[in-house]
Design a protein around this ligand. Structure first.
Ligand code: HEM
Length: 280
């Protein structure tokens, strides 16, 4: 359904520009959207209904606080959402939050496979902070600054939503280190070096326009905190449990990009995961 939704989103719809064409729906955009809306209503409606049933059977307690859907269902008074608003909020999370996070994680893992030294440094951080006796939890993430730097560096080099990047545009001819950089050139450091964020703390949340992978201002991504906490935790867990290496058959990692609605890896990452050996 996400793929089905992205397709009309990326279509140039003549009816948006020539209102007379709107009712003819020559490109079938309206028809496709209506069909998708029906599917979404059934799919998300079922999730809401399951939560309602669980709540009615006493499923949410002080011990089990429930999930995001339970929070929405628990809103009262002026805050109470209609079913169609709730479906819209939940669908937005699925639609905008699934492939962006998955794609970011794929780029991060590609970088981990390409840079075993950086992977080893992240694993050393995990061993020092978490140890090998238990799994990584949400509470550990704040104590894993190097892994946070890896995520930032990946957002810098491979932003899933490349609206504002860290690239610089030369607005006039310039000389840098003896090289001529002609006006109109875009330039960006190409080395994958998470340490740059240890040297200079740059926020990725939209307050520093040098690096705004979630946008900035009024239209800034509302899912940025969820995206970051999911990514930090999952990447930390993957690195804690496994050593990652290029797939034996495929060889290296192809970093070519493909710009769909998000900036994807043109060649999906294939790699080997070997359980990490227990330290003696
Ligand atoms: C790594 C993951 C993500 C990246 C890189 C990302 C990036 C972005 C960017 C660049 C925008 C456009 C901002 C603008 O128009 O200026 C955006 C918008 C949006 N994002 Fe995210 N996003 C991510 C994850 C998520 C998640 C997890 C959710 C929901 C749970 C989400 C929900 C949205 C929504 C609803 C908008 C539209 C906001 C609007 O137009 O007002 N995103 N995101």
């Amino acid at each position: 359904m996400v793929t089905e939704g992205y397709d009309p989103l990326g279509t140039f719809n003549w009816a948006d520009h020539l209102p007379l064409l709107k009712w003819l729906d020559l490109q079938g955009v309206r028809r496709r959207c209506n069909r998708l809306v029906q599917k979404v209503e059934v799919f998300v409606g079922k999730i809401i209904q399951e939560h309602r049933t669980r709540r009615a059977n006493g499923g949410v307690s002080d011990e089990f606080m429930g999930d995001f859907v339970d929070v929405l269902l628990g809103l009262e008074g002026d805050e109470k959402l209609s079913d169609s608003d709730m479906i819209a909020v939940l669908w937005e999370m699925i639609f905008r939050g699934t492939d962006t996070v998955a794609i970011l994680m794929e780029w991060i893992m590609a970088r981990m496979v390409l840079h075993p030294d950086i992977q080893a440094k992240a694993q050393a951080e995990l061993d020092a902070v978490v140890g090998r006796g238990r799994g990584v939890t949400d509470a550990d993430v704040a104590n894993l600054p190097y892994i946070q730097c890896i995520v930032k560096e990946t957002l810098r080099m491979h932003p899933p939503g490349p609206l504002l990047s860290w690239a610089r545009l030369a607005i006039h001819d310039a000389h840098v280190g003896g090289h001529l950089v002609p006006a109109g050139t875009t330039a960006m450091p190409e080395a994958f070096r998470p340490e740059r964020f240890q040297e200079e703390d740059v926020s990725v949340l939209g307050s520093d326009l040098r690096l705004a992978p979630f946008g900035a201002g009024r239209r800034v991504c509302p899912g940025k905190m969820l995206a970051l906490s999911t990514t930090h935790l999952c990447i930390a867990q993957l690195l804690h449990q496994f050593e990652w290496a290029p797939a034996a058959a495929g060889g290296g990692v192809d970093l070519s990009e493909r710009l769909n609605m998000s900036l994807e890896m043109a060649t999906p990452l294939v790699c080997n995961a070997a359980p990490r050996v227990q330290a003696a």
